[in-house]
Design a protein around this ligand. Structure first.
Ligand code: RTP
Ligand code: MG
Length: 137
């Protein structure tokens, strides 16, 4: 058993659509534990730090506008293989191709406004948890 922590963002589209509770329920029912959670307004500098590996991508300006467009909910989840468990629950990046039953597959129809973020590796999770929740031990 590998207990991991991972960083999740419930993105501004999900907050605007009133899906925060539904999305949280999916993680909780999977037996992932909420270690920290906060609603935040994100500025461009924080968006650039979070998505630093995407800064040079052609879609990044649109992604930055999207994640700074309104409040989001940042949280840290903990559990066995939490990083991959969350990615499976989130579904494929493009909501139009995401598997039914996943969060994106059930509720997203866009490759940008796709409701959630999950760290893509344990190394990324450690960096992102430190960025969003520096006080977390
Ligand atoms: P995330 O980081 O949010 O968990 O999503 P992901 O790993 O599935 O996708 P990634 O490749 O890391 O992309 C980060 C976010 O950028 C937006 N995106 N827009 N072609 C596009 O317009 C495009 N491609 C990606 C999405 O919001 C994606 O989640
Ligand atoms: Mg990613």
């Amino acid at each position: 058993m590998t207990i991991e922590r991972t960083l999740v963002l419930i993105k501004p589209d999900a907050v605007k659509r009133g899906l925060v509770g539904e999305i949280l329920a999916r993680y909780e029912r999977k037996a992932l534990r909420i270690v920290a959670m906060e609603q935040r307004e994100v500025d461009a500098s924080m968006a650039d730090k979070h998505y630093h590996e995407h800064l040079d991508r052609d879609f990044y300006p649109a992604l930055r506008s999207f994640v700074t467009s309104g409040p989001l909910v940042a949280l840290v989840l903990e559990g066995d293989d939490a990083v991959s468990a969350v990615r499976l629950l989130n579904g494929a990046t493009d909501g139009r191709r995401a598997e039914p039953g996943s969060i994106r597959g059930d509720w997203a129809l866009s490759n940008r406004e796709n409701l959630v973020h999950g760290s893509d590796s344990p190394e990324a999770a450690a960096r992102e948890v430190g960025l969003w929740f520096p006080g977390l031990g």
